[in-house]
Design a protein around this ligand. Sequence first.
Ligand code: BMA
Length: 371
Amino acid sequence: MRWNIDLHNLKDMKRVKNTIGLAAALVATLTACTATPPERTPETERLLGELRTVHQKGIMFGHHDDTMYGIGWEGDEGRSDVRSVCGDYPAVVSFDLGELELGGTESLDKVAFDKIRKEIINQYERGGIASISWHARNPLTGGDAWDVSDSTVVRSILPGGTNHAKFGGWLARVADFIGSLRTAEGVKVPVLFRPWHEHTGSWFWWGEKLCSPDEYKALWRMTADSLRARGVDNVLYAYSPGAEPRDTTQYLARYPGDDLISVVGFDTYQFDRDEYLANMERMLRLTTDVARAHDKVAAVTETGYEGVPDARWWTGTLLPAVAKYPVAYVLVWRNARERPTHFYAPYPGQVSAEDFVEFYNDPRTLFAGDI
Ligand code: BMA
């Protein structure tokens, strides 16, 4: 129990005749009163409840930057390649806060943060879910998230490190952005936050070879603590390694802890079909095993086949792979307007568009209108 002590219960308790029982009850109440305040708004708790049970209905489809831009367009009000193909928005839309830490107005993918805020609120208001990742720049070298030239970056931003204060300022900007997600009525919009992803590889400065398990876990703790200290209570955290883990021990080697994490997932992409199916199978099994054992939500936090050149990919590869497992959502990466071959969802006329409509019509998939 946390903060929300019901005073009526206190009154009830006063009627307890047994004085020992009364004393014990008061001690318990006082202890609870000094505990930390609730970490999550009611809407955030509701989101968690929805994520926990949604697999009973089907699997939610997600797409990164869905309503921001697509193939041949950018910033058109209400537009989405997914909706243009199947008539509905994805159930989950993800966004990236990369470069918010620098204090500018646009992300690393040249999307205005004000627009990201607006689209997160729109997604919430249409009944959908928003997820946020963060390709933070390298706070030590000044390079980007992929700058792995120095393996002391994480250590340098932890308490006692030379970049600790600087990074604290970066975290404050992220906290304030998440805290600023409010509807016109003032409701704080609950979001999933998925920082420090794909850490089982070594292509980001927080990757496996770049820090120790303890440093990685401390990075997570510091992130969550600093968001919390700035009043962020509209967030659920997602843990998403890459496809490297072979078993649950490896999967959990850098797991920050059950008290912090709500969603356990993984990121993996198709290059070779057989290899992709093997990775999906293994990672879905590991993730759903971990979710069951730790009472968490399982999800495919990032996936896709760049350019979707397989006309039957949605119903022939992706759906059969994920449908066997109790996962909340499967999310594909962005349709980059600035890189013509870098897209993961279909657009009208794209070779897999018809199959995507079949995928959409399959009762096992859920879009914004289904949740
Ligand atoms: C990568 C690519 C990059 C992009 C980054 C962050 O996978 O899509 O072009 O900058 O994600 O969104």
